[in-house]
Design a protein around this ligand. Structure first.
Ligand SMILES: [Mg+2]
Length: 178
C-alpha cells in the first residue's frame, strides 16, 4: 500500500475497536466519520452495540467528535445528539479544515487524536495530512453486501484487511463448490 494511505489500525467495525489499544497509544480523542462508519449511508439509525461502545470510550475519558462530509446538518446533529458529542458537517475531507475544526472541538493536540473512518481517500488521507493517527474500518454496507471479486481485488490493491461476515463466507463457499 502507498504509505500515505497506510492506516495505523484496522478493525472490522466501530464496536471492534480495542479501547485498550486507544489508551495504550495515548489517544484521548476521536474524530469519527458518520456515513458507513457510525451508521449506514444516509441513515441516522444507531445499533445498541455502537451506542454501548461510545459509552465505554466516554467512561475511559476518551472524547469524540463527528467529522462528516454530509451536507445535511440536521442528520449529523441528530446522531451527535444521541451520542452526546460535538460534530462538524460539510467537512470536505480529505481537506484539512474539517479535521482541524474537529481537533479544536476536542481541545486536544493532534498527537492525542485519531480519525475513525471507512474510506482511505477521505478519512485516512486527510488524517495523515493533519498528523493524527488513522483507524480504518470496513464500510457498514460492504460488510453486509460486499464480497464480490472486484471488491476483494480493490481491497488487496489498497492493502485493506479483509473481513467477511457469515453471509459472505457462505457465498464464497458456495462459489468454490461450483
Ligand atoms: Mg464514510
Amino acid at each position: 500500500m502507498i504509505r500515505i494511505l497506510q492506516p495505523d489500525f484496522q478493525y472490522e467495525s466501530i464496536q471492534c475497536i480495542s479501547i485498550e489499544d486507544l489508551v495504550n497509544n495515548g489517544i484521548k480523542g476521536l474524530l469519527l466519520d458518520l456515513d458507513n462508519t457510525i451508521s449506514p449511508w444516509n441513515d441516522k439509525s444507531l445499533t445498541g452495540d455502537v451506542i454501548d461502545w461510545f459509552n465505554r470510550i466516554k467512561a475511559q475519558g476518551i472524547k469524540a467528535c463527528i467529522v462528516s462530509n454530509s451536507r445535511r446538518p440536521d442528520r449529523v446533529a441528530a446522531v451527535a445528539d444521541i451520542l452526546g458529542i460535538e460534530y462538524v458537517y460539510q467537512a470536505a475531507k480529505p481537506r484539512k479544515k474539517g479535521f482541524l475544526r474537529g481537533i479544536t472541538h476536542l481541545g486536544l493536540r493532534p498527537e492525542q487524536v485519531a480519525i475513525v473512518g471507512d474510506q482511505l481517500l477521505t478519512d485516512v488521507l486527510g488524517g495523515k495530512r493533519v498528523g493524527i493517527k488513522t483507524i480504518l474500518l470496513m464500510p457498514i454496507d460492504e460488510r453486509e453486501f460486499g464480497g464480490t471479486k472486484i471488491l476483494r481485488f480493490l481491497e488487496r490493491l489498497f492493502g485493506r484487511k479483509i473481513y467477511y461476515t457469515k453471509n459472505i463466507l457462505k457465498n464464497l463457499q458456495a462459489q468454490n463448490k461450483q
